[in-house]
Design a protein around this ligand. Sequence first.
Ligand SMILES: [Zn+2]
Ligand SMILES: [Zn+2]
Length: 152
Amino acid sequence: MTHSDYNETASLADSVRAAGLKVTAPRLAVLGMLQNAAHSSAEDVLASVRSKLPSTSVQAVYGVLAAFTSAGLVRRTDPAGSPALFECRVGDNHHHILCVRCGDLKDVTCVIGAAPCLTPSDTSGFTVIAAEVTFTGICASCQLQPALEESA
Ligand SMILES: [Zn+2]
Ligand SMILES: [Zn+2]
């Protein structure tokens, strides 16, 4: 283990502990992966964790993601028609934009830190806590490709 690997592992362990969770090898692997690859599906996370810890079960990875999500360490986004995606960028009220062709998802920064950043016309008496918006569109690389329907 190099010195920088050691530092990275130590700060991951601190984050897990700060969220009130016990530090385990799968938890460190999941968090480390998500810090380098935002908006990963559970399947992406599983593949990455298994490259380091081959005996990790699907259930273990889902369990870690659920624990991280409820502890506020990880944010889960459920874009329509795509698997749930996980990221470490939490608590800043950011939104997402989803490419309807390739499923690529990117962050959209709105009014950072000021939640909610959108004003609904009618809240039915609710007190609004946050706004979570998924914009849909066609990403830059898909715009360069002719649409399948058009080229067929
Ligand atoms: Zn695309
Ligand atoms: Zn995001």
